[in-house]
Every structure is written in C-alpha cells, then in structure tokens.
Design a protein around this ligand. Structure first.
Ligand code: GDP
Ligand code: GDP
Length: 433
C-alpha cells in the first residue's frame, strides 16, 4: 500500500523539471517549515487530496554515455518492480531515440501503469509532432510542458486514479519499519530481536516482492517489523544500489505506523538520514531514532547530551521524539527500542477527551491569547481532537485567518507539554466558529 511515482527516461528530457514542479507546488502550499533539507531526488507531492512520493530517477545516474544507458535500463527494471506508477518521459523536440525504444520495450512487458509523458510541448503547434510517440506502443500519450506546467493537471488526474486511498486497517497489528543507511546495523538489530538469523532472500531480477514483514510476538509485545535490510537487489550499476534502497525505504515508510530510523554513532545524523526523517514526518508517521554502535563511542558524562542536542538541531522544528542509544553487538537497549516504539505507536493513535483538552488548553490560551491583528481580537472558544491516523486538533475561533505560525507553534508546544505526543507529528487547524 504505497503510492510512488517514478519518472524514468533518458537524460535531458525534463525529468527533474517535472519533479521540481510536482514537489514544489506542495511545498508552497503545505510546507511552511523552515530549515527543511530537501532531497533533490525524491519528495512528497499532492494532487486532489491524494498524497504520493515522486522519485526522479535521473538523480541517481552519473557518468559517461555508455554507463548512462545501462544504468537507465536497470532503473526502469527497478521502477517496474517497485513503483506504483511509471511516468516515461520523452522529448518532443528530439523525437524517438534508440534509448527511448529500448525503454519502451522494457515497459511494454511490465504490468505496472505506464504513462507516456511527452515533454516540452510548450505551444499548440507541437501537439502534432507529439503524436509520433504513439509509435512507442504504450497507448495514450500525455503532452505536457514541465516548464510552464501546461498539461500536468490532466496527467495527474489520470495518474492518481491508480493510487490507494489511505486506509485505516482496523484491528491490524502495529507496523514498525526499520530504516537507515547500509551498515548501520539494521539486520543485526532484527536478528537480535527475533533471536535467530533470518533468511536473506536475494530475489531474482524481474520478480516482484513486497517488503519483508516479520511477525514479532514475544514478551507481551506483538507487532509487524518491516525490514528493508533483508532484501538486497543485485545491481550492475553502482549508483542504482542507492536508487533501489531509497525505493525500498520509501515503500517501507509508507506502510509503517512507526519508523525506526537507525544511524551509526560513529557517523552521526547525515543529510540522507535527515531526508528520511522529514519524509516520515510529512507522512505523519511516528518516529524513533536509534543511535547504534554506541559501544564504539568514547564517552564521558556529557557525550550523550551532546549527541542528542546535535541530532535534534538537525531535525528541527520537529524535535519531540525519542532517541535510544543502542549497541546491537552488546545487546544494549534493544528491547528498550521496541518499548519506545510501542509507546510512540500508542501516542499516534490516542485520543484526548474533549473536556480534558479544553480544561487544559483554554486557560493557557486565555493567559496568552493570539496577538490582535489589524485591530481585531482573536478569540479561541474551544478545541477538539479530530479522529485520524495521527493527532489532529481543531481550534474553533472567530478569525482563524489571522492566526500566525508562531502562535501555532506555541499551541503545539503546549499540547506536547501537557499530553504526551512524543514521536508523532501533530497537525493543528484553526477553524471558524
Ligand atoms: P532531466 O535530465 O531529464 O532531468 O532533464 P532536466 O529537467 O534537467 O531538463 C533538461 C533541459 O530541458 C533543461 O534545460 C530544462 O530547462 C529543459 N526543459 C525541461 N522541461 C522543459 C519544457 O517543458 N520545455 C522546454 N522548452 N524546455 C524544458
Ligand atoms: P545493515 O546493513 O544496516 O543491515 O547492517 P548490519 O546489521 O549488516 O551491520 C553492519 C555491520 O555493523 C556488521 O559488521 C555488524 O556486526 C556491525 N554492527 C551492528 N551493530 C553493531 C553495534 O551495535 N556495534 C558494533 N560495534 N558493530 C555493530
């Protein structure tokens, strides 16, 4: 159950331009947080209320012309296995090239939804030229201009029809995804938890496998672990190892309730980790951070605090999540990590009774009301938690449009102070009453 669009195609057709358009638009509307490090290659987008992740495959290939071609073919195969929808981009100003033909050949044999996106159709005269791309044998073509945005709406209208609605799987077990860069200790962690070496299955190229889910039921804890480490695809091109691992991580993340992000204490939180962290945050997932290989760090009484501070500074403004310092090798705090994840899961789904919420929040608001704007006083009258997959609160007031972000953050901090929402993103809405 994941919604991932992969944009494939040869270099220079306009993949990253479209990628930017799809992800920036959302950024402009929804994401007003400062200090967010964005990855250039994957990000969240939204169309008519459906959210999805877009991957620009072009970001993962570098090198000379002949490496390009092999890498691109392999990416198409990985995208066929892992993405939900594939946008195959071609360039109207160039026409069909040999590489386009090769890619089309691979895509025709897949049973994933494929959209032929003819880019750089900047004006009407080019529509006639675009019709040559029917020869790719992939059905309908979509003429767009990534530069101006024309045609992208029609394209997305069709694309999102292939996406799942976010579903509430009532009664299903909590799902925890173990993610992190290679070698941080994910496999070792899972092996330590389940008390045995699990089988590492290397799938044969071309076969589709869902992420590995391991049923854990011991010591009073029952949940599903979503494992991203157990599957390693053989890739011929080095750069595609990262592309593949990012695909698996995003999929696991979208399926999970709580994301357990593991880092290596000797390396710290790197920009890749921060990107995964923000993706989890934007997807409204619970987050637990594990600093593994703690045994390798020279410690004094300040080390732990300093580590924590450094990490939280890098993920700000979202800083209210648990950090657990583990050593899988020395079996330190492994079970603690699970207890913490369980707590975060509970926080994600808990509901604060409306009366209690108002008893706590209204006096705080009374003492520190939103600043008057344009001579108008803003009066917040009542608050309630909206039912959903992560905590959402609606504050009813006379002039919701005048409430600014700093006040919103103040309210969020107070909610976090009084009700434990450690590890979960909170959404706050101000509504007219
Ligand atoms: P990528 O290598 O497939 O990611 O391609 P880029 O997004 O980097 O675009 C390659 C070139 O095509 C850049 O110079 C873009 O400005 C240009 N380009 C992208 N989209 C359009 C478009 O819709 N119309 C025109 N005329 N140029 C475009
Ligand atoms: P993965 O790629 O994230 O699944 O990482 P692995 O579980 O394969 O671990 C990578 C390497 O780190 C292996 O050699 C492990 O033995 C080692 N390792 C894992 N956890 C720890 C730890 O807590 N301390 C130390 N010193 N080494 C660890």
């Amino acid at each position: 159950m994941s919604n991932i669009i992969a944009i494939v195609g040869r270099p220079n057709v306009g993949k990253s331009t479209l990628y930017n358009r799809l992800t920036e638009s959302r950024k402009a509307i929804v994401d007003d947080m400062s200090g967010v490090t964005r990855d250039r290659h994957y990000g969240q987008a939204e169309w008519v209320g459906k959210t999805f992740t877009v991957i620009d495959t072009g970001g993962y290939v570098h090198g000379s012309e002949d490496i390009f071609e092999a890498a691109i073919r392999e990416q198409v195969l990985i995208a066929i296995e892992e993405a939900s929808v594939i946008l195959f981009m071609v360039d109207v100003t160039v026409g069909i090239t040999d590489l386009d033909d090769d890619i089309a050949h691979l895509l025709r044999r897949s049973n994933k939804p494929v959209f032929v996106v003819v880019n750089k159709v900047d004006h009407h005269q080019l529509h006639t030229d675009a019709s040559t791309f029917y020869a790719l044998g992939l059905g309908e073509i979509y003429n767009i201009s990534s530069m101006t945005g024309s045609g992208t709406g029609e394209l997305l209208d069709e694309v999102v029809k292939h996406f799942d609605e976010v579903q509430e799987d009532e009664g299903s077990l909590p799902k925890y995804a173990i993610v992190g860069r290679p070698n941080v200790g994910k496999s070792s962690f899972i092996n330590a938890l389940i008390g045995k070496e699990r089988n590492i299955v290397t799938p044969i190229a071309g076969t589709t496998r869902d992420s590995i889910q391991i049923h854990y039921n011991q010591f009073g804890h029952e949940f599903m672990l979503i494992d991203t480490a157990g599957l390693r695809r053989k890739t011929k091109v080095k750069e595609n190892i990262e592309f593949y691992s990012v695909m698996r991580t995003i999929k696991a993340l979208e399926e999970a309730d709580v994301v357990i992000l593991m880092i290596d204490a000797t390396e710290g939180l790197e920009s890749q980790d921060v990107n995964i962290f923000h993706l989890a945050e934007k997807n409204k997932k619970g987050v637990v951070l594990l600093v593994n290989k703690w045994d390798l760090v020279d410690k004094d009484h300040k080390t732990l605090k300093r580590f924590e501070e450094e990490i939280r500074n890098k993920t700000a403004p979202f800083t209210d999540y648990p950090i657990v310092f583990t050593s899988v090798i020395e079996k330190q705090r492994i079970f603690k990590a699970i207890e913490v994840a369980t707590k975060v899961y509970e926080n994600k789904y808990k509901k604060i009774p409306t009366s209690k919420l108002n008893d706590v929040m209204l006096p705080i608001i009374e003492n520190y009301p939103p600043p008057a704007t344009k001579g108008k006083y803003i009066k917040i009258k009542y608050v309630t938690q909206i039912t959903g997959r992560s905590p959402m609160f609606a504050f009813f007031c006379n002039l919701p449009q005048y409430i600014k972000d700093p006040y919103k953050r103040f309210i969020e901090n107070k909610l976090r102070e009084h009700f434990d929402f450690t590890g979960v993103p909170i959404q706050i809405f101000f509504r007219q009453k």
